[in-house]
Design a binder for this molecule. Structure first.
Ligand code: PLP
Length: 441
């Protein structure tokens, strides 16, 4: 067990009384006696405000470039599609290691258009995870197909491939894994099942652009990859936007046709598509941000490493599951969120609020229990790990511009959270599940 005294900062006094010293802030003392933890929380931490995400810090250094990029669009009068969209598509295709990228109006529309282009519709089933943003399953339902929910791996929060096989029926047309929080789902067994049963794989990589699985980028493994440029994503636009990646020439062509109402040539419609076009102003904005993306990922990864080291004792921190021991096949998580587990979440979040530290619950209700899917007949207990996660998870600030002072403040605040201390008992359970900072499968 990793007690605060072993965390490498602070001073251990005599019989285990621990006082952390940091940036002139007074922390509480913990009296540690074996597995029992008695605390007297008598805290005085100088309050500061740390938002969950600070878009201002991201925008300020590049605002002149952005204004210039917008100007170029205004001057060109290319307000629909045009060179900015094509340029972004070429750069994202190359960034994701794919032959094609097709810019679309949002991450949700990336999913919808992919399902449409693959011919998935009424009566079909698509297997996915219930522990995700609503758009994943919502898109499946919107094309008339049925989402079939398969529970998650409690360590990664991604769909558990071991449970997919039994969910496959003759109506199944596709598997839609989600790379939640910026970690790619365990794709090898998913791809093997898809091959065996002749299914499409649609990667919902909305939160995971640039994340890697065995050396491959998200969006380059399945038939299609779907990404969101929602402003809070690692590559966020200044409004809605999304992109679809694929290595399949025919599918890329279908997607391009679907994006403009199924029109080819113009005003001739052999299929029904929609207006799924990416706004060139968003493309212009993203072209300024894309060269900075790796640096942004690195900042998040660095912040995550600091939290991993400092917080592994008071709460359950996220785990990147290495899928291979071969370095050339390593995985990378890009931490769109840094999501922890705590046993008494309401109390924990209230404590963060008291200290003006931003946090969010992704997601409080798993999708199989959303009332709009009531008619599908799912009940509590059908996906126990998703249900448990939805009661325990909480995401804390991880954005790359966080200063060391802010990071330290958040750690100090969490260390004095009453519910964090209770979590030591909870930790035993997750250790039983095989949690460690680098699990090799
Ligand atoms: C997992 C997941 N899928 C899909 C989406 C939808 O993306 P958008 O908001 O761009 O429509 C999101 C966005 O939050 C997401 O997190």
């Amino acid at each position: 067990m990793n007690y605060p005294a072993e965390s490498g900062r602070g001073i251990v006094h005599g019989d285990g009384l621990f006082t952390a010293a940091s940036s002139g802030v007074l922390n509480p003392s913990y009296a540690i006696n074996g597995e029992e933890i008695m605390t007297t929380i008598n805290t005085r931490i100088e309050k500061q405000k740390v938002p969950l995400l600070d878009l201002n810090a991201q925008y300020e250094p590049i605002k002149d470039q952005i204004k210039q990029a917008f100007d170029e669009v205004f001057e060109s009068k290319q307000f629909i599609m045009g060179p900015k969209v094509s340029e972004l598509e070429a750069q994202i295709a190359s960034y994701c290691g794919c032959k094609h990228a097709i810019g679309v109006s949002s991450g949700t529309d990336a999913l919808v258009i992919s399902l449409m282009a693959l011919g998935i519709g009424p009566g079909d089933e698509v297997i996915t995870t219930p522990f995700t943003f609503f758009a994943t399953a919502g898109s499946i339902a919107r094309v008339g197909a049925n989402p079939v929910f398969v529970d998650i791996d409690p360590v990664t929060y991604n769909i558990n491939p071991d449970l997919i096989g039994v969910a496959i029926t003759e109506k199944t047309k596709a598997i839609m894994p989600v790379h939640l929080f910026g970690q790619v789902a365990h794709m090898d067994p998913i791809m093997a099942l898809a091959k065996q049963h002749n299914l499409y794989v649609i990667e919902d990589g909305a939160q995971a652009i640039g994340s890697e699985y065995k050396g491959k980028r998200a969006g380059s493994i399945g038939d299609v990859g779907c990404f969101s440029f929602f402003p809070s994503k690692n590559l966020g636009a200044c409004g809605d936007g999304g992109i679809v990646t694929t290595n399949d020439d025919q599918l890329a062509e279908n997607l391009r046709v679907m994006r403009v109402h199924g029109s080819k040539p113009k005003y001739y419609h052999h299929v029904i598509g929609g207006n799924f076009r990416l706004d060139p102003m968003q493309a212009a904005f993203l072209l300024v941000k894309l060269p900075l993306l790796e640096q942004q990922h690195e900042g998040r990864i660095r912040n995550a490493a600091f939290y991993d080291q400092q917080l592994a004792s008071p709460i359950v921190t996220p785990v990147l599951k290495e899928m291979s021991s071969d370095d050339s096949q390593s995985s990378r998580m890009i931490y769109n969120q840094y999501t922890c587990r705590v046993s008494n979440r309401d109390q924990f979040q209230a404590h963060l609020n008291d200290y003006t530290v931003g946090s969010a619950i992704y997601y409080p209700v798993p999708l199989h229990l959303q009332s709009c899917f009531n008619s599908m007949g799912y009940t509590e207990g059908d996906c126990p790990e998703s249900e448990r996660a939805s009661k325990e998870v909480i995401s804390i600030p991880i954005f790359p511009e966080l200063t060391q002072d802010q990071l330290q403040y958040i750690v100090d605040v969490i260390e004095v959270a009453p519910s964090a201390l209770n979590d030591r008992r909870h930790l035993h359970r997750t250790e039983d599940l095989g949690r460690s900072s680098n699990v090799i499968l």
